[in-house]
Design a protein. Structure first.
Length: 183
C-alpha cells in the first residue's frame, strides 16, 4: 500500500500526462473540447479515475466519452512510460459533475439575492412597532415600579407581621442586626 503523498504525486503525474495527450497526440474527431479536472488514484496505485468536463452539448459529451474509451489503451501506455513504476494503473474516465453542481449553486445564490433584494425593498418604508430602541440604557431615568400591596394584612398575620409579612421577631431592628436572643 502506497502512502497518501505518493498516491497524490502519481495522480498529478497522470493528470499532466493525460492533459498533454488530449491536447496534441490524440486526433480523434469525436473528441470535443475536453478538460481534465481531477485524477484520483487508489491507495495501492492499481486504479486511476480521470475526471473530465466537455464544453458543449450532451451529444458532444457522449461522443467525447466514446473517443476517450477508444483511446484508453494509448493513454494507459503513455501514462506507464511517464510514471516509470512497475505496474501501470488501470485508467477509467468519469464525466465530472462539477459544472452542473456549480450551475446549481449559482442558481441558488441568484434566488437568494433576489429574495434579499425583495426583503430590502419591503423594509425601506417599514417603521418599528414600538420605540426604535426597545432596550434600557444606563443613562435613561429609572422608573420606579410600585408593587400592589394589600390594604388589609393577611388573615392570621395579626400584629406580629410588619409591612413585608415577616414576623417582628425575625425582621430585626431598624439597623438590620439581630441579637443572639432573637435567634
Amino acid at each position: 500500500m502506497a502512502d497518501a503523498a505518493r498516491a497524490r504525486k502519481v495522480a498529478e503525474r497522470i493528470h499532466e500526462t493525460v492533459a498533454r495527450l488530449l491536447g496534441g497526440r490524440i486526433k480523434d474527431p469525436r473528441l470535443g473540447f475536453v478538460t481534465v479536472t481531477d485524477v484520483r488514484v487508489t491507495g495501492d496505485l492499481q486504479q486511476a479515475t480521470v475526471f473530465y468536463t466537455v464544453y458543449g452539448s450532451q451529444e458532444e459529451r457522449e461522443s467525447s466519452a466514446k473517443a476517450l474509451a477508444s483511446a484508453k489503451g494509448l493513454i494507459r501506455s503513455e501514462v506507464g512510460k511517464a510514471l516509470g513504476i512497475r505496474l501501470t494503473p488501470t485508467i477509467s474516465f468519469q464525466l465530472d459533475a462539477l459544472p452542473t453542481t456549480a450551475r446549481t449553486f449559482e442558481d441558488a445564490l441568484a434566488q437568494a439575492r433576489a429574495r434579499d433584494e425583495q426583503i430590502a425593498r419591503r423594509a425601506q418604508g417599514a417603521t418599528y412597532a414600538g420605540e426604535a430602541d426597545p432596550y434600557r440604557h444606563d443613562d435613561d431615568p429609572q422608573e420606579e415600579v410600585q408593587e400592589d400591596s394589600p390594604e388589609d394584612p393577611a388573615p392570621g398575620a395579626g400584629s406580629e407581621a410588619d409591612a413585608t409579612g415577616a414576623p417582628e421577631a425575625l425582621s430585626g431592628d431598624a439597623s438590620g442586626s439581630r441579637s443572639p436572643e432573637d435567634l
